[in-house]
Write a protein that binds this ligand. Sequence first.
Ligand SMILES: Nc1ncnc2c1ncn2[C@@H]1O[C@H](COP(=O)(O)OP(=O)(O)O)[C@@H](O)[C@H]1O
Ligand SMILES: O=c1ccn([C@H]2C[C@H](O)[C@@H](COP(=O)(O)O)O2)c(=O)[nH]1
Length: 207
Amino acid sequence: MTKGNIASGKTTCLEYFSKTSDIEVLTEPVSKWRNVQGCNPLGLMYQDPSRWGLTLQTYVQLTMLDRHVLPMSTPVRMMERSIYSAKYIFAENLYKSGKMPEVDFAVLSEWFEWIIKNIAIPVDLIVYLQTSPQTCYERLKQRCREEEKVIPLEYLESIHNLYEDWLIHHKSFEVPAPVLVIPADHDLKKMLHQYEENREKILMAHC
Ligand SMILES: Nc1ncnc2c1ncn2[C@@H]1O[C@H](COP(=O)(O)OP(=O)(O)O)[C@@H](O)[C@H]1O
Ligand SMILES: O=c1ccn([C@H]2C[C@H](O)[C@@H](COP(=O)(O)O)O2)c(=O)[nH]1
């Protein structure tokens, strides 16, 4: 699983590895989060998180689970984020910042606990693209996704801190697999070089 803050470079990383044969790449289903039967839960959440946070996170949880249980068609699968980051990072952030009501968080949490107890979600390795929030803020502005124009730097700082507490400091939730940290503030050329350096570790993680 590839993890990291918003606009840290996850999709770019996965696109790079998708050129290798025998690797299946599953990017986040963001297009679904922007359009479910003509509605845009991602946009609604950014406009009014207290009202729409549960709606988005329920749908993220469903679409992530759908990806996790897809039968493997190649020896290696790389997946962008997971059901774990949806809960431990994004739902947690909404709740902790007072933007998700307690009852919404309780319902979402029970759903999540039921899923991880009853459905196998095997993970071999977590590739964490570690960036500064400032880098993500610049890349976010450059990408210019309409719904994300309202995101302030402070939001990226909160998401960053939750990732660090979880994957680096082991202060919050159980980590479901070993973590490979790749410093990701660098330019694209250096990033591609680092991906090559880590290729074996990533591709052999399932052995
Ligand atoms: N190493 C890099 N240096 C500069 N810009 C980058 C780098 N990696 C990705 N980008 C750009 O930053 C934006 C966000 O990258 P993306 O891969 O979509 O991030 P994520 O999938 O983590 O949200 C895109 O416009 C992408 O082209
Ligand atoms: O559980 C989640 C997962 C993602 N999001 C948001 C964050 C971003 O605005 C988009 C997609 O993330 P990228 O890092 O650009 O891939 O979806 C969320 O709110 N909740």
